[in-house]
Write a protein that binds this ligand. Structure first.
Ligand code: IMP
Ligand code: MG
Length: 179
């Protein structure tokens, strides 16, 4: 375990098993469709790579960079689109793939934006869901794990851009961000 981790919350094996289960749900619901997967960079990239390899229907893959967090551990300000999808989404079925829903700010705004652009449907798949932190009215259509209000790292999730490459989800030691 990384020395900055308080403890491991989700092991590699737990992640793998649950992501397969959730992919099966998506497979059922989208069997006859060709959805556009919108992976929210950078946090969702590892989850998305694992998830889509268990999907059985044809998919297109797009990326967006939106900012809500700065370098810290508390949500801030407005949604900024730093990188947009590269095709017209009018009439398309969209599946947003996100690492974690915290306040819900990012996804509430992003979902509204994609619908405004004429998407036929917008579904949300999230790896982690911090239910206790919710401030915006957003419910994921597919959720791998509900977690407590702890700052987590690994499997794509960062603190100050570090720890994304850990193969598990760990709880970051408070001393790392409180010092
Ligand atoms: P929201 O807009 O408040 O829902 O924030 C969602 C974004 O905040 C996620 O996509 C993450 O980038 C970031 N975030 C929230 N909680 C954590 C965490 O515990 N670890 C790492 N990033 C987090
Ligand atoms: Mg993110």
């Amino acid at each position: 375990m990384h020395p900055d981790c308080e403890r491991i919350l989700l092991t590699e094996q737990q992640l793998k098993t649950r992501i397969k289960e959730v992919a099966e749900l998506v497979n059922k619901d989208f069997a006859d469709k060709t959805p556009i997967i919108v992976s929210i960079l950078k946090g969702s990239v590892i989850f998305c790579a694992d998830l889509i390899r268990s999907l059985t229907m044809p998919v297109e893959l797009e990326f967006m960079v939106v900012s809500s967090y700065g370098s810290g551990t508390v949500s801030s300000g407005k949604l900024k689109i730093k990188k947009d999808v590269e095709r017209n989404i009018d009439g398309k079925d969209i599946i947003i793939v996100e690492d974690i829903i915290d306040s819900g700010f990012t996804l509430a705004n992003l979902k509204a934006l994609l619908l405004e652009r004429g998407a036929k449907s917008v579904k949300i798949v999230t790896l982690l869901n911090k239910v206790a932190r919710r401030e915006y009215d957003i419910v994921p259509d597919y959720n791998c794990f509900d977690i407590e209000d702890e700052f987590v790292i690994g499997y794509g999730l960062d603190y100050n851009e570090i720890y994304r490459s850990l193969p598990y989800i760990g709880i970051l030691k408070r001393s790392v961000y409180e010092s």
